[in-house]
Design a protein around this ligand. Sequence first.
Ligand SMILES: NC(=O)c1ccc[n+]([C@@H]2O[C@H](COP(=O)([O-])OP(=O)(O)OC[C@H]3O[C@@H](n4cnc5c(N)ncnc54)[C@H](O)[C@@H]3O)[C@@H](O)[C@H]2O)c1
Length: 502
Amino acid sequence: MGFMGAGKSAALAAAREAGMETVEIDELMERELGLPIAAAFERDGEEAFRAREAEVVGALLEAADGGAIALGGGSVLSARIREALARHVVVWLQVDAEEAWGRIAGGERPLARSAEDVARLLAERLPLYEELADAILPQGDRGLVGRALASIEALAELPAGTRMLWAASPSGEYPVFAGRGLLGAEWWPLEGRRFCVTDTAVGALYADRIGPLAARVEVEPGEGAKTMAEAERVLRELARAGMTREDHVAALGGGVVGDLAGFCAHAYQRGVPVVQVPTSLVAQVDSAYGGKTGVDLPEGKNYAGAYHLPAAVIADTATLATLPSEELAAGFVEAVKTGLLAGGGLWDRVRAIESLDAAALDDVVFACARYKCEVVAADERDAGRRAVLNLGHTVGHAIEAASGYSRYRHGEALGLGLLAALRLSEAPQLAAEVGELLRRHGLPTELAPEVGVDAVLDALQRDKKRTAAGVGFVLLPEPGAPRVGQLLDPDRVRAAVEELRR
Ligand SMILES: NC(=O)c1ccc[n+]([C@@H]2O[C@H](COP(=O)([O-])OP(=O)(O)OC[C@H]3O[C@@H](n4cnc5c(N)ncnc54)[C@H](O)[C@@H]3O)[C@@H](O)[C@H]2O)c1
């Protein structure tokens, strides 16, 4: 499924190469009608064409069992077709309006005779594609579907409701699976032996669900495990367990395990693959994607690390049921941040969440993963757009540092950082709404008395992302419209931090 020019024919070619039977709906309709689609539109009008398409394609989908079908760009407009899709794995091939027009201009497309037509029609159909997709593939080269096919086919075997996102960025690509019960599904995305790195709490709960494991290496739960010393211990345990470059690491746990195990995978024999299996909300909405890994130094958090993209991500949202409620709330702040950055429907969904039950979060986890992967795709190495993800982090990190990384969870400090960033963005209403949202979920909205404003401002001056020009803030005057690299007058920054006292 996808818009005109999305590459549906190339996708079918990949499916045929893999031995599947294929049907192209545009061709099928031309055979049914006995004339080209453009001519049928001309003769009978769009409505008559759509009615016939609904009958023919509806009946085909209702009976089909196996194989690959490429829908027409507008097939999803029919309710009968949409209903019939429910029993199939629906793959959305994404394309943006500019690229679509570039690919189809000059062809016979009755509904798309100009770039404006394309932009309007695409905007109309996007919500339908979005609602129907089980797998989302980004705009890519002709070989993309072939490379993603095994992950697409896996969806037929995985628990109902599982969704897959193909994350692609300059140095690599990988599938992200999100759904309930993925860990019990006796399925794994990679060949080779698995060496699980986890913490003792998560390992006890879930390690036996991702077996068979060649070895299990555990660290103590919490940020204290993200050190060079622990990285060395993990690396040595992996070596003693006989891990080779044919094997891979399974990082099972929250963001701490993901960062540490990813870093170890990057370093072990100069690099082995890592499958990220995030089990905390922070990790499922944010840290498992994009390949930033690392450990803390006594001199600073995340000061030693590497970019190491996962080979796959498996986010089983059922694991959130055992996450302590304060961790769930702290993780929710990352979703708030992502909602603010994305704006639109995602922000509406996040701000509407009344209680952090799993049902409310399933959708948000997948949507946040999508947003993060899109940002990383545009800027894997943090040279530009990826900096938006630091919204709230500048003050948030400073609060964590000033309080010795022990007073607040990362998400709690981020919440305070978001409030400061929104006030600095001169978005008082939005700041008030976010404050309300944080309070609703039991999160702090005021700086604790023992954390000094001067200590926070000092920590800001040591920010890792500081350049010669100063500390660049991400500002957000309104949802969906972040502005990066904003240098601010120190007095305004002080005032925003002081305001967190009130
Ligand atoms: N790499 C990135 O892009 C990125 C992004 C954001 C945050 N991070 C990092 O992530 C870390 C924070 O991650 P976190 O908040 O997940 O912390 P965490 O990994 O310490 O997990 C929080 C606690 O929850 C427990 N836990 C996790 N999943 C559980 C489950 N399903 N059931 C029961 N208990 C469970 C853990 O044992 C731990 O005690 C920080 O170190 C931060 O720097 C990295």
